[in-house]
Design a protein around this ligand. Sequence first.
Ligand code: F6R
Length: 260
Amino acid sequence: MEVVIKSDYEEMCRAAAHVVADILNTKPDAVLGLATGSTPLGVYKELVRLHQEEGIDFSQVTTFNLDEYVGLSINDSQSYHHFMHENFFKHVNIPVQNIYIPSGTTRNYQAFCQWYEHRIEECGGIDVQILGIGTDGHIAFNEPTSSLSSRTRLKTLEKQTINDNARFFENRDDVPIYAITMGVGTILEAKQIVLLASGKSKATVVAASVEGPVTSMITASALQMHPSTLFFVDEEAGSELKMREYYDWVQEKKPDSPQA
Ligand code: F6R
């Protein structure tokens, strides 16, 4: 795991977007795993800028989103379908048939989840997966005690997650209590993972994920088992990391070539 501490949110998002852009430069038909929530917004903003101003091309890209609320239609303004369309898809040139987001309204969740997993596999797996982290340590909607080998499935949200996400809804009671989410096992199969965390409210859980034991109580800690995870944090989110000096030292002394 490589921990990269950036001075602020904007800088962190720019750096993460450039990881995606570099992958697209070498593999224009890359498969991107995408997240919603507040944190990746700056990444999408920078990717849109790179597309509009620097010509980065998404025409061969395929995307898979991590999750969707159960019960919200694709046109619901709180659905992750809507979020992705507004904040990313409508600004870039990803062919609509290459965009996959879990369905919140399927009649058969089990069959849908199996199909979703199968589709990821058929597309060659995820090249780079963007992740946020919940204040309870979740990645996607893998709440505490989720199996660390879980696959895409329907999941009941924890109260803390419902409270955290209530800010997007008119009333707390409007927040769906179920979501369909990629599993921890699904996420761990991505070739590259880019996790972003911003703000003081994430500091404790960031430190626990990076420096604590691997535990299903904090599903982000499973990323310690992944061979290529970039953990981007801003100053506030990184403020409880014990090995902070070391992470900065690693970045400062980064060898120019992988052979060095
Ligand atoms: C969203 C997702 C969630 C969020 C997490 C953090 O697709 O999978 O795990 O990344 O809840 O949300 P924010 O960024 O709003 O703090």
